[in-house]
Design a protein around this ligand. Sequence first.
Ligand SMILES: NC(=O)c1ccc[n+]([C@@H]2O[C@H](COP(=O)([O-])OP(=O)(O)OC[C@H]3O[C@@H](n4cnc5c(N)ncnc54)[C@H](OP(=O)(O)O)[C@@H]3O)[C@@H](O)[C@H]2O)c1
Length: 245
Amino acid sequence: MSSVKKVALITGANRGIGLETARQLGRQGITVLLGARDLAKGEAAAASLKKDSIDARAIKLDVNAPADYVAAAKLIEKDFGRLDILVNNAGILVDARKGNETSTTSAEILRRTFDTNFFAVVALTQTLLPLIRKSEAGRIVNLSSILASNTLHATKGSPIYDAKHLAYDASKTALNSFTIHLAHELRDTKIKVNSADPGWVKTDMGGEGAQLEIEEGGKTSVQLATLPDDGPTGGYFHLGKSQPW
Ligand SMILES: NC(=O)c1ccc[n+]([C@@H]2O[C@H](COP(=O)([O-])OP(=O)(O)OC[C@H]3O[C@@H](n4cnc5c(N)ncnc54)[C@H](OP(=O)(O)O)[C@@H]3O)[C@@H](O)[C@H]2O)c1
C-alpha cells in the first residue's frame, strides 16, 4: 500500500452516524469528504472536524439529485483522481410513526423510503465505481440495520420481532441484496462491499432511548471502511460479528 493519503466520501455526513464516521476516519489520517444535501450544514460539520486537525471538506450531495452525483464525481476526479472509500450512510425512516401498520403503509411512503435508502445508493455507487476502481483497495460500506434481517423478523422472540416498519425494513433488506450482488460482481477485484448494522444509536433517527452512544455507533462503518486486504466482502456485520440475513 502506498503512503498516499486515502480519500473517503460519506453521504449524509452533516450529523449523526455519518458525521461520527467521518470523524473517526479523519482521525486515522484519511481525507474525508462530507456529503450533505444542505452545503451550509456540511461546511459547518467540516469546520467542526477541522478543529480536530482532520482534513475534512464538504460536498453538496443530495442523494436524490443525480446532478449532484455527477458534480461530486467530477470534483473527486479532479482533486484526487480516485475514491478509496464510499460510505453510503444517508438514510431515512419515515414509517416509524403510529398508524403506519404494514396493512396501511402507503405507496408514497414506500417509494420515498426506497428512493433514498435503496435506489439512490445503487445509482450513486454506479456513478462513483469508476473512481473506486482506480483505488488500490476500494471499500464500499452500505448502512443497513438489524431491521434488514428477514431471518430475525421471522423469528418469534428475536430482538426485532415486534419492530416492524415495512418501508424502512424492506428498503434495508433490498440494500443488503445490493451488497451481495455488487460484491459478487467485484469478487475478483480489490474492492470490498459490505453492509453495516451500526446498532441502535443515539441520533435524531435512533432517539434518546437508543442503546449506543454515537462513538460506538460509528465503529462498524469505520471497521468496514478500513478492512485489510484479506478482509471479508459481501457480508453483513455489527461490530465485527456477522448478522443473519
Ligand atoms: N440511529 C440508528 O439507531 C440506526 C440504526 C440502524 C441503521 N441506521 C442507519 O444509519 C444511517 C445514519 O443514521 P442516523 O441515525 O445518523 O440518521 P440521522 O441522524 O437521521 O441522520 C441522517 C443523515 O442522512 C442525511 N440525509 C437524509 N436524506 C438525505 C438525502 N436525500 N441526501 C443527502 N443526505 C440525506 C441527513 O441529512 P439532513 O440533515 O439534510 O436531513 C442526515 O445527515 C442511516 O442510513 C440509518 O438508516 C441508523
